[in-house]
Design a protein around this ligand. Structure first.
Ligand code: PAF
Length: 272
């Protein structure tokens, strides 16, 4: 990877990086399309990063199909797939980690201790290896997007973090590799997640600004699906991700819901 990047850099090309954990779907491919459009050379990393998974999470089960992913990425014009082995990314004795404070405390950070430390560490390593001018991430992982922007700013990383909209299935479910773990009945019921966010948006547009009232309504919609277990429903401002009691300015409504062992997240941003 380093050799290829050195050559590409010598040609003065702008490198676009799309970091992924594979099992590509339309969401990833939308990132790749944007990178292709805006950059001269596009790299997609496919690396299921063990250090961002907690105990009992789905690291081992994460679907891996490098052949299919390479074919898809190639068809979308990706120049290079970077898929390093775990033992090269984290050789024995590896001991350096990147941690963003504050922003990582709530939401998914509270439910998944150590998760963002794993994300920021691997993304830093990918940035150092690929040296992109632009790196592309999805808004579905809203907290991750903010954390990575903060990290890039705080550590004076010389690149632009580009965040692109959530890509949804026809019934509104946000695309995610984890959707493939759902049973047919869970998959059907999972559409309730986006419906709950739409209900919140509708309330806000009709003038409701009391956070608890909106959260209760979101929870009620999700609870209509008997297989859904709510992990969190939060309404926070989009700067520091601090909870809002009264909605004002840009508000992020973020939810995490479990169907069996599968944890799904989604969010919308509403301007009040
Ligand atoms: O969003 C993801 O798929 C992962 O968190 C990322 C950014 C590829 C880091 O492993």
């Amino acid at each position: 990877m380093k050799t290829i990047i050195r050559e590409v850099k010598e040609q003065g090309k702008l490198i676009g990086l799309v970091p992924t954990m594979g099992c590509l779907h339309q969401g990833h491919l939308s990132l790749l399309e944007a990178a292709r459009e805006e950059c001269d050379f596009t790299v997609m990393s496919i690396f299921v990063n063990p250090i961002q998974f907690g105990h009992g999470e789905d690291y081992e089960e994460s679907p891996r199909d490098l052949e299919r992913d390479s074919r898809l990425a190639g068809a979308y014009g990706c120049d290079v797939i970077f898929s390093p082995p775990v033992k090269e990314m984290y050789p024995p004795g590896y001991s350096t980690f990147v941690h963003v404070e504050g922003l990582t405390a709530g939401l998914c950070g509270a439910s998944r201790p150590g998760h963002f430390r794993g994300v920021t560490t691997v993304v830093t390593k990918l940035f150092n290896l690929v040296r992109p001018g632009r790196a592309y991430f999805g808004q579905k992982d809203a907290q991750q997007a903010l954390v990575l922007k903060k990290m890039a700013g705080d550590l004076n990383m010389n690149l632009e973090i580009v965040i692109l909209p959530v890509v949804r299935e026809e019934d509104g479910l946000a695309m995610s590799s984890r959707n493939s773990y759902l049973s047919p009945e869970q998959r059907k019921q999972a559409a309730v997640i986006y419906k709950s966010l739409q209900a919140a948006e509708k309330m806000i547009l009709s003038g409701v600004i009391d956070s608890e009232e909106i959260k209760r309504a979101v929870e009620a919609v999700i609870s209509g699906a008997d297989l859904a277990r709510i992990d969190y429903v939060e309404i926070v401002e989009t700067g520091e991700l601090q909870p809002l009691s009264v909605l004002e300015g840009q508000c992020l409504i973020a939810v995490a819901v479990k169907f069996g062992a599968t944890r799904l997240i989604d969010n919308i941003i509403v301007e009040v």
